[in-house]
Design a binder for this molecule. Structure first.
Ligand code: HEM
Length: 446
């Protein structure tokens, strides 16, 4: 009978040895299986033939490349058909492709199909050999465990815990298709938000360059801070509106569909799903604007925020006297700064609440309150920040020319977003939306 505390590892590569060291540290006995056991270096671990390793252990890690599964594991079944009966095989491999087609099998599924009598479990493939050996590395320590055999899955979950990893039940072996490609994808949830941010930055760069260089003849010396700051602030408020707009669109669609069961159009679905990442990027851009402003803030750059410096020349005794007024801010400058500070503070709270460790401390109602009500307040502060700067200018302009100012262009979308938010908070809209979200069907769906 196989020793329950003796774990087998087939494969003597980096991952195989890292697993061996980790298992030994966790109090297990390890037996490694290799095609040429005699030539392998010894690390206080017994190395034997692959067949002997399988025969002596009930739980075996498969740490060889998937292209060798057939020759190394499946072919020996011809001579010994019962070799793997009842054995738990932990497949730690990853797929070479970034994405699998609908009909393509994962490495673990191929292994299970080749050895039907074994209990194949997909696990540990998201842990690198570096993290496997390290006790301090701050990388991911989550082990996702997938298998069609619930008892085997439970055993591997417990084994991972004994090895000091957090382990999660990932469901059936079919989910290994996602697990095997997961490690190969580069920031998958950030792609769409980054594209949106780049598009917004591009549009605002064009508008700002036109306004600052073609209309106003700003010096090119000011391109690195003053002009870029202009692009960043306008982009930040547009992006903030883009974070809160999709929930309004979701209300419109749900009212139109009359049910929560019909799916939103794919573009809205993806937009709703990327709001967290979009919000964090917006926060980063807003923070850049604040830091750049801190460097620039002076009457030389923002003259309308400060009282003009006056020089008094005394004509009485033919002597010149200079009185320089301290550069105090005007009420417009102070109000705009206050609104800006409130905006960045509430954006910081929103960003903090989106960190899982902090968000998990809130219940659902608290989390929704922070993200929805505080989010709306942030947008209001940002609009107040722009109004404090733009309104004094707007009153001096002819009505239609207001539309051509940067202040008007950048505030239009946020104001529309806020108006829609308030409209959907009215009881005549809020009640039917709540009923639809509780499952009521108000219209026959197509
Ligand atoms: C400590 C906080 C802040 C300060 C001191 C501040 C300061 C300024 C200054 C000096 C300007 C004029 C820039 C220029 O004309 O080139 C400005 C414009 C602007 N800021 Fe801020 N800001 C702050 C925070 C924010 C935040 C967090 C946002 C966005 C969400 C924001 C959005 C804007 C917008 C949209 C404009 C353009 C307004 C216009 O041109 O009419 N600001 N801010």
């Amino acid at each position: 009978m196989a020793d329950q505390r003796c774990i087998g590892i087939i494969g003597c590569g980096n991952m195989g040895f890292a697993l061996a060291r980790r298992l030994i540290r966790s109090g297990f006995t390890v037996l490694m299986g290799s095609r040429d056991a005699k030539t392998r270096p010894h690390i206080n671990v017994e190395i034997t033939s692959i067949i002997e390793c399988i025969e002596r252990c009930s739980i075996i890690f498969i740490a060889i490349h998937p292209e060798h599964y057939t020759t190394t594991l499946i072919s020996p079944l011809d001579q010994n058909p019962t070799l793997f009966d009842g054995k738990i095989l932990i497949d730690v491999s990853n797929h070479l492709n970034n994405q699998l087609q609908e009909d393509e099998l994962s490495n673990a599924e191929c292994l299970q199909a080749g050895i039907p009598k074994a209990y194949v479990v997909k696990a540990f493939n998201t842990i690198s050999s570096f993290v496997m050996e390290s006790t301090t590395a701050g990388e991911s320590r989550c082990v996702f465990v997938a298998s069609d055999h619930s008892l085997a899955r439970e055993k591997v979950i417990n084994l991972a815990r004994e090895m000091n990893f957090e382990s999660f039940n990932n469901g059936s072996l079919r989910t290994s298709r996602h697990l095997e490609t997961y490690t190969r994808s580069l920031f998958p949830q950030w792609k769409l938000p980054i594209v949106i941010v780049l598009c917004v930055l591009f549009v605002w760069s064009c508008i700002t360059i036109y306004m600052r260089f073609i209309k106003k003849k700003t010096s090119w010396n000011q391109i690195f801070l003053y002009v870029i700051n202009g692009v960043l602030c306008s982009s930040a408020i547009t992006l903030l509106a883009l974070v809160y707009m999709p929930s309004n669109l979701a209300c419109i669609f749900q009212l139109a569909y009359g049910t929560k069961d019909r799916r939103f159009p794919i573009w809205l679905d993806r937009w709703l799903l990327c709001r967290k990442q979009l919000g964090l990027l917006t926060y980063f851009i807003g923070l850049c604007h604040v830091l750049m402003t801190l460097v620039l803030i002076s009457p030389a750059y923002y003259s309308s925020w400060f009282h003009p410096t006056s020089v008094l020349v005394s004509p009485v005794r033919n002597e010149t006297k200079f009185i320089v007024q301290p550069g105090l801010m005007t009420s417009k400058g102070e109000l705009a700064s206050l609104m800006g500070i409130l905006t960045i503070l509430s954006m910081s709270l929103l960003a903090l609440a989106s960190i899982p460790a902090i968000g998990n401390l809130l219940n659902w109602k608290e989390w929704r309150f922070v993200q929805s009500k505080l989010g709306t307040l942030t947008l209001l502060f940002a609009i107040g920040h722009v109004f404090a700067m733009a309104v004094p200018r707007w009153v001096t302009l002819k009505s239609w020319r207001i539309v051509l100012t940067i202040g008007f262009i950048c505030v239009a979308l946020p104001v529309l977003t806020i108006l829609l938010k308030f409209i959907f908070w009215l009881p005549c809209f809020d009640r039917p939306i709540r009923r639809i979200r509780r499952g009521e069907i108000r219209k026959q769906t197509v």
